[in-house]
Design a protein around this ligand. Structure first.
Ligand code: NDP
Length: 333
């Protein structure tokens, strides 16, 4: 059904006041929106770590002001000047600097560039795509990186760090569904039942994995998905099996990596970086296809919370304090 473009709509707008980031829900019109060739009625967005950094003014995520954050969105095309999209099409956008450099998903209507869009993947609803979002896409890209390194389920345990968070939760669910023996690293006792429900066989504490590692430790992991960086990633590398692989995508603990070359030169360990933002469309679409196939519905229900535009600020503050669990979807309908 073709929808009408509303005269006014709500958006969360970030502004800089005295060097501080201030957020407010404002009424906008289409004339306020940036240039682009597709106008979208946004149905859902989500709250990723990067969004929380933007909303709380942590780090230098936002590059232009004012900014409508939200690195993910799904919705229906209202108007299109692009040949490959027409009014009524269901679309999905994650990354490409949207919500950082270009206005993003925390707006009921948004204008974007068609080259950033992909059609909503078959078998995935608009809301489900945002339960997955950038975090889920990144988790899938990490799983694919382990597969590329021939880390098959029979090779032994795979550890997921920051497991209670968005990327970590989806990674635990996918790996379990694929038959891997998953160990979840979490800093909170409150996530243990949740992580076991997603399929984790073992839980290890953050405290244990934060102990400074020797260049090589006893081999424990065939593979790893790391969302936190710093000393935990260093320990994971030191504990990775001969010929093992680590997919590193995050920095929730810090951006440093205090390690040595020993795991690489003596154990043939592979450290594979994973980026979802500029990931080429072909690999993105392959990852979304895999998500439709390999992420169980039950897990999606388990990991999802839904909030309104007005609640984003609080969730962002909680996320920066490490208090959120799973994925948070923003309902803009
Ligand atoms: P979340 O906040 O949802 O999850 C992060 C988790 O990390 C927390 O839930 C917590 O899990 C753990 N954690 C938090 N603080 C610390 C700390 N100080 N030390 C150790 N562990 C900590 O974020 P996301 O899952 O959305 O993102 C995770 C990371 O991945 C972020 O750094 C983000 O920027 C990055 N990312 C990268 C992408 C890419 O394209 N490369 C795309 C998406 C995300 P627990 O309590 O269970 O230990």
């Amino acid at each position: 059904m073709i929808q009408e473009t509303p005269a006014t709509f709500k958006a969360l707008v970030l502004r800089q006041e005295d060097g501080k980031t201030v957020s407010a829900v404002e009424q906008l019109t289409v004339n306020d929106l940036p240039e682009g060739d597709v106008l979208i009625s946004v149905e859902y967005s989500s709250i990723n770590y990067k969004d929380s950094m933007a909303v709380t003014g942590t780090g230098k995520i936002v590059r232009t002001w004012p900014m409508v954050p939200g690195i993910d969105l799904t919705g229906t095309v209202l108007e299109s000047q692009a040949d490959n999209y027409k009014a009524g099409d269901k679309v999905l956008l994650t990354g490409w600097g949207v919500g950082e450099q270009f206005w993003g998903g925390y707006s009921q209507v948004q204008r974007v560039q068609s080259k950033w869009l992909i059609p909503l993947p078959e078998g995935i609803e608009s809301k489900t795509a945002m339960v997955i979002g950038t975090a889920g896409l990144t988790a899938m890209l990490c799983v694919m990186a382990l597969e590329d390194a021939n880390i098959t389920p029979d090779r032994g345990p795979v550890i997921v760090t920051g497991a209670g968070g968005g990327v970590g939760s989806v990674a635990v669910a996918i790996l379990s569904k694929l038959g891997y023996e998953v160990t979840a690293l979490s800093g909170r006792d409150s996530t243990h039942d949740y992580l076991k429900g997603l399929g984790a066989k073992e839980i290890v504490s953050r405290e244990e994995m934060m102990k400074p590692a020797r260049p090589l430790e006893a081999q424990r992991w065939a593979g790893a998905i790391d969302t936190v960086g710093d000393v935990i990633l260093a320990r994971v590398l030191a504990e990775t099996d001969y010929n093992g692989a680590v997919a590193a995508c995050g920095l929730a603990a810090g951006f440093k990596l205090p390690t040595t070359v020993m795991p690489f030169i003596l154990r043939n360990v592979r450290l594979q970086g994973v980026d979802s933002v500029m990931c080429p469309n072909e690999r993105r679409q392959a990852a979304w296809k895999r998500l439709a196939q390999d992420l169980p519905q039950a897990a999606l229900t388990e990991i999802n919370h839904v909030v309104s535009l007005e609640e984003i600020q609080q969730v962002a503050e909680d996320m920066m304090a490490g208090k959120t669990q799973g994925r948070t979807v923003v309902d803009l309908t």
